[in-house]
Design a protein. Structure first.
Length: 139
């Protein structure tokens, strides 16, 4: 039975590194990120095409699960409306869902942010840490 792995973590908490390593460990594993799809549509207005990127990721996840591949959704997965779509697809495909929580501290996320040239405002990391504190603690 295929497995859907859902990442959960703050920006710059190491989700992508974990997901890439996990996917590289087996030819039957796939990493999907609607954020990466959105970046490939860079000339478009991101607000307008975001639903297109999410739909493309949903289709990729569904197709891979149906083919028997294990899939990791490499996103923050803090918003129930967004992550619920992927969990629903796994249920539709009768696949197991496993959550991987990145327990990286806010300070470490900010340190990594500084090393990367501040792609995310530190205030945004703080805001998400506060807003989603309970959700980030759940295993």
């Amino acid at each position: 039975m295929a497995e859907l792995v859902m990442m959960k973590g703050l920006p710059l908490s190491g989700k992508t590194e974990w997901a890439m390593k996990w996917a590289d460990e087996s030819v039957s594993r796939v990493r999907v990120s609607w954020t990466d799809i959105l970046k490939s549509m860079s000339r478009c207005n991101r607000r307008d095409v975001r639903p297109v990127a999410v739909e493309a990721a949903l289709r990729m996840v569904t197709a891979c699960l149906r083919m028997g591949y294990d899939v990791v959704v490499d996103e923050e997965n803090l918003n129930p409306v967004e992550f619920g779509l992927f969990v629903g697809r796994a249920a539709m495909c009768r696949c197991k869902v496993r959550w991987v929580v990145m327990e990286t501290t806010v300070e470490e996320c900010k340190r990594r942010n500084a090393l990367m040239g501040h792609p995310v405002a530190d205030m945004e990391i703080d805001r998400k840490a506060e807003r989603y504190a309970d959700w980030l603690k759940r295993k």
